[in-house]
Design a protein around this ligand. Structure first.
Ligand SMILES: NC(=O)c1ccc[n+]([C@@H]2O[C@H](COP(=O)([O-])OP(=O)(O)OC[C@H]3O[C@@H](n4cnc5c(N)ncnc54)[C@H](OP(=O)(O)O)[C@@H]3O)[C@@H](O)[C@H]2O)c1
Length: 280
C-alpha cells in the first residue's frame, strides 16, 4: 500500500469486518450526545508503545514528551476527531507553564490540518472550538497566554491554591473552580463542577497524574488507547497512570478494536476503545 493512499483500519472487535476508512472512525461515536443524568461524559486518549511508554525524554530537549518514534498523523487524526466532539478539553498545569514556543490557541485542538471538523462541530450544534480546562494545584501558569486566549478557560484547583496566583488567573480572564481540599483537585468534585457548568462531553488530554485523579474517583467513562507496535525502552519515561495503587475493580471493557497495518515507513498500530466497567 502506498503511504499516500487513504488510511484504512481493520475492525477486529466486536466483530471482525472488512477494512474501512480511518477518517470518521471516532466521529461515529457521537461523544457529544452521551452525557446522562446531568453528569458529563468524560473520556481520555493515550498513544503508547508496546512497552507502555506515553512520554520519553527527548534526546535534544532532555524533557519528557510524546515519543517521536510513535507519534503519527493517523493517530493525530483520531485525536482531533475526539476533540471535535468535546465541549471542553482538559489539560494539566504542566501543559500551561510559561515559556511555550507557540500561542496557546495553536497548541490545543482543533488544529487547521483537519478542515472538515469545524463544519462537523457546527452541524452538531457545538461552539466553533472547545473550551479549555486546566487542572493545576500550583497555579504556576502562563497568565499572559491565558489573557491572550480567545476561548472560555477554566482552572480547577484545590482550596489551598495560592491567593495571588488565583487572582492573577481571574484577572487574565479564567474562571477558577475550587475542586478539592489542599493542593489537589479531587476527581469527583471536578466531575460535579463540570456537570454544574453544563458540560456534556469532556476530553481529557492530560497525562498520568490527571488520569489517576479521575480513576480514584471513578470519574472516567472511556479510555481510547492507541498502541504503536514497537518497543522504546529508555530509563526516564512515563506510563498511563501515576499515583498510589488503584482500588481493585478499576477495570475496563473492550468496546472496539481496530488494527492498522504499517503504511510506508510507518509502524503498525491498534486503536482500542475501552469503556469503564462499573459494578451494576
Ligand atoms: N502519549 C500520550 O498519549 C500522552 C498523553 C498525555 C500526556 N502525554 C505526555 O505525558 C507527559 C506528562 O503530561 P502531563 O504533565 O500533562 O500529565 P499529568 O501527570 O497528568 O499532569 C501533571 C500536572 O497536572 C496537575 N495535576 C494533576 N493531577 C492533579 C490534581 N489531582 N490536583 C492538582 N493538580 C493536578 C499538576 O499541575 P501543577 O504542577 O500545576 O499543580 C501536575 O504537575 C508529558 O510529556 C505529555 O506530553 C502523553
Amino acid at each position: 500500500m502506498s503511504a499516500a493512499a487513504p488510511a484504512v483500519v481493520r475492525p477486529l472487535h466486536p466483530q471482525p469486518l472488512e477494512e474501512k476508512p480511518l477518517q470518521g472512525l471516532f466521529l461515529e461515536h457521537r461523544l457529544d450526545r452521551r452525557a446522562a443524568g446531568g453528569a458529563p461524559f468524560i473520556y481520555t486518549n493515550f498513544l503508547a508503545s508496546l512497552d507502555g511508554r506515553i512520554a520519553v525524554e527527548g534526546a535534544d530537549t532532555g524533557r519528557l514528551g510524546v515519543p517521536r518514534a510513535i507519534a503519527n498523523d493517523d493517530d493525530w487524526r483520531l485525536f482531533q476527531e475526539l476533540a471535535a466532539q468535546a465541549e471542553v478539553v482538559a489539560v494539566s498545569g504542566q501543559f500551561l507553564r510559561p515559556g511555550a514556543d507557540k500561542p496557546l490557541a495553536e497548541r490545543v485542538p482543533l488544529d487547521a490540518r483537519h478542515p472538515d471538523l469545524a463544519p462537523w462541530r457546527q452541524a452538531a450544534g457545538l461552539s466553533p472550538q472547545p473550551a479549555l480546562l486546566v487542572v493545576s494545584g500550583r497555579l504556576d501558569l502562563d497568565f499572559d497566554a491565558i489573557a491572550a486566549f480567545d476561548r472560555p478557560l477554566y482552572i480547577a484547583t484545590g482550596d489551598a491554591a495560592a491567593g495571588p496566583a488565583r487572582a492573577r488567573a481571574e484577572q487574565a480572564g479564567a474562571e477558577v473552580w475550587t475542586c478539592g481540599a489542599g493542593a489537589r483537585v479531587d476527581g469527583g468534585q471536578l466531575r460535579a463542577a463540570l456537570g454544574r457548568g453544563g458540560f456534556g462531553s469532556v476530553y481529557v488530554v492530560a497525562g498520568p497524574q490527571v488520569l489517576h485523579t479521575l480513576m480514584v474517583a471513578d470519574a472516567l467513562d472511556r479510555l481510547y488507547l492507541t498502541q504503536a507496535h514497537c518497543l522504546l525502552g529508555g530509563r526516564n519515561y512515563q506510563a498511563l497512570v501515576e499515583g498510589d495503587g488503584l482500588p481493585s475493580g478499576a477495570c475496563f471493557e473492550l468496546a472496539e478494536l481496530y488494527y492498522q497495518a504499517p503504511r510506508g515507513q510507518g509502524l503498525g498500530q491498534q486503536f482500542a476503545v475501552f469503556d469503564r466497567r462499573r459494578a451494576a
